[in-house]
Ligand binder design. Sequence first.
Ligand code: SF4
Length: 698
Amino acid sequence: MATGDGTAIRSTCPYCGVGCGVLLRPDGQGGLDVTGDPDHPANRGRLCSKGSALGETLGMEGRLLTPMIGGQPADWNRALDTVAARFRDAVAEHGPDSVALYVSGQMLTEDYYVANKLAKGFMGTANIDTNSRLCMASTVAGHRRAFGTDTVPGTYEDLDEADLVVLTGSNLAWCHPVLYQRIIAARETRGTKIVVIDPRRTASCEVADLHLPIAPGADVALFNGLLAEVARRGLIDAHFARNLSGLEDTLRAAGADDLAATGLGEDDLRAFFDLWCGTEKVVTIFSQGVNQSSSGTDKVNAILNCHLATGRIGKPGQGPFSVTGQPNAMGGREVGGLANTLTCHLDLENPAHRATVQDFWDAPAMPEAAGLKAVDLFEAAGDGRIQALWIIHTNPAVTMPDADRVRDAIAACDFVAVSDVTGHTDTARLADVLLPAAAWGEKSGTVTNSDRTISRQRAAVPAPAGCRPDWDMLAEVGRRMGWANAFAYDTPAQIFREYAALSGAAARHGRDFDISGLATLTDAQYETLSPVRWPVSTGRTGGRFFGDSRFFTPDGRGRMVAVSARAPAAARDDARPFRLNTGRIRDQWHTMTRTAKSPRLSSHLPEPFLDIHPEDAVRLELSEAALVRVENARGSAILRARVTDSVRPGQVFAPMHWTGETAPSARIDALVPPVVDPVSGQPESKAATVSVAPFAAA
Ligand code: SF4
């Protein structure tokens, strides 16, 4: 949709889950000028450094412009025939679970929906997982345990209305900067207090009223301690708690945990408890620091327990709030893009739910059990259980834990197709078939941000000849595998209408996700669709969930979940005395395929580094900017030391963006063990144990 004066196209930023609206204006040289959309509810015109540099990251450099088979250019017909034939043959010879798709929160909802329909409805496998598994699977699992569905209770407006915002496991200032700006604005106008819970002193601490440098992995102990304190002070909301189950068991478990595990002093704990207990309007924001843990789901539930017990949920300025990493991580959750979920927030293991979807799709086969989650999926690709694998818009050879083994597994897999905008990623280099995809700014569809707002991404320039949208490639393969009617799509609008109609059928099972009010959009209405927060049904549009204490569990009650603190899986010892925290930096995104094109962004922190405490640096005889080798049994990396007290003694931090392409010796996920949360399957990316030593070139 163009702006009123016709000079700009409205779209959505392709980076983080804030989902900022942008205005795109062709610059007359084949590129785009990008500015913030003042009318988008997520950002009201604001953009962060990455969003405002989007125009610098476009262009043809490095683009994949023709399909490749075995490293040789091929036409689309042959490439798609090859993919369809290899998947069809694998299913015929080895069964449906011999094939898999590994997809991405970069995909648009329409792409994600078609991928999921193809895998779960027609190939008959639940082996479709997503890089969002690395990002927020623990939140999905925690929400489903507590609420019955993966529902985000609150809205961004709650950040404007809160009197206390707690950031736990979230460097919002760098990773969701526009939301951080909203909180800073609330601080200036209404005096909102800010507490940051993080082992590191991050940029988010700069304006914090309180920073709690918690011991790595101790979030359950802290929030259990808070819940016990809530109970001690008589602050359980008795009225709200009437519609909760599990309260007594949960309080018992909370009371049994030991706050000493947090490593925090009594004064800090007292200050936090006083603030939390003394403030009605509290929002607790959490992200990767909570999710990327072998007890990630329990951490999420420990946070939710505090909000449920006090009734501080689903009301203005109150609630737990998970912020998603990717632009469409939320849309992927909604379409059922995880190996253990079904579309429209239905349950894969529920026969009635499966039957609804199967009937709606007129699908020949539906898997009855969860498929392989990311870590298991790549293990299966390496040992021959997966014969055909399609990787879409993601770079698992760099970003998966145990990345060297994952790279080897992809190389060993019998057949690998990769769709991407570039053929130069570590993963794309391993593909048997490369499929050139349309990029952001060239493709159309929808995304859902962290507060359930659906926004359009729109094409502002034509895709280069030879590049296709993902839904189109997926539908073509579906047709070539024999399902012509089911994948007879011509436009993303057509896909969106089908999906919205399916959500209406799903809602009859008492589910939260309902966008059936959008099922009759005309093409023109889809084209001009303004940002809208779901649900969008005849009964309601937008708003918050659970303030009325009605949940989506079978008995309609919210579930308190008794949890107990567990230490990270890997224990430090004399050989590996440091705890390695991995994360993101302000101006890079994922494996830098886009952001590295901007000199402005690359100048912020131009090379891979390791933050290490001054005491440790002295002991190791390291000076600032010295090269260090970081190592464990899985791999090693050579990084430049930054001596800083922003990390605690015994802890080190390294960013995860650099790849075999950009810095072969700094693939940090090669050191992360493939340990996962037992409920969510999300890897523990922030608690590897490593040795650190000065690096001397041979
Ligand atoms: Fe894009 Fe996120 Fe920055 Fe907004 S905050 S401009 S969505 S990267």
